[in-house]
Design a protein around this ligand. Sequence first.
Ligand code: TA6
Length: 307
Amino acid sequence: MPLTLVKNDSIARLELPGGKASADVLLYGATVISWKVGSAEKLFLSKKTPLDGSAAIRGGIPLVFPVFGPASDHEDNEGLENVPRHGVARTAQWQLKQNKEVDGKNAQGQESATASFALSSQDLPGIDSKYQWPFELVYDVTLTAKNLTTSLHITHSSSSSASAPMRFQCLCHNYLAVPSSLSCSVKGLVGQCYLDKTDGAKGKMLSPEKDPIILNGQASDAVYLGPAPDLVELSYGSQGGGLQLTRSENCPQTVVWNPAEEGAAGMKDLHEGGWKEYICIEPGKANGFEELEKGQTFTFAQTLTAV
Ligand code: TA6
């Protein structure tokens, strides 16, 4: 079977035959906490993050919905003022829906395994005081030999005729494992305007001289505004290899984040030196809000490919 439940049913594990690839998804937050191609781990997970559902996961792929960052970062946050930082999805207990690909092959005949997870606002006590719109989320995580695809389906599920469009943001907060965050490089965002959150959210542009992005030990907290790039490439540096990121066009922003040594010092759930082991490259809708009519579904997908 490509899908099993492990660790007291708290983790859904997807595996391809012969140890070609695997992924572990914690039902808490539907957080992908491991993605391996062969035996090589592609995601970072802090050794100090609790996995017991007491706090958002520091690593893997936390799902951000319905607000990116603190709501106070967004001037146009009407209806979202009381939503906690990075939203409610990453700290909710999701349900495992089904293993869709029981025969282990996708439409292209590739070996593949998919697990689907669901979260309903009805299952979140007290959500009404934070977020007024009822929603249903379905999250599909699909593994093939070299790819991990995540698809988030967001449905505005109100049955009230008076219901206003649902306002939200969404993002995959990918913590990508790297040999060194100082020397890895990120390509694909040149020419884009970005908000530099390390410099008072000033608007800047990524000039050709600064491309590819190499952090060299400097903090980065940048919201690249779009349009959605066809491809973002992460290169590991001298040892070769890396990852490619593609996504659906409806999620045009890309956040590039690493706290560097100074920022990491204040993060209790990050192990010593952990900041050197990852770079976050986060596609999503993170600037301005999507507005979804009741009964409608918005789907946001990304694919990470090991190269
Ligand atoms: O996506 C970047 C960011 O918003 C940063 O500003 C940084 O603080 C990070 O997310 C982590 O947020 P968290 O709430 O998980 O500590």
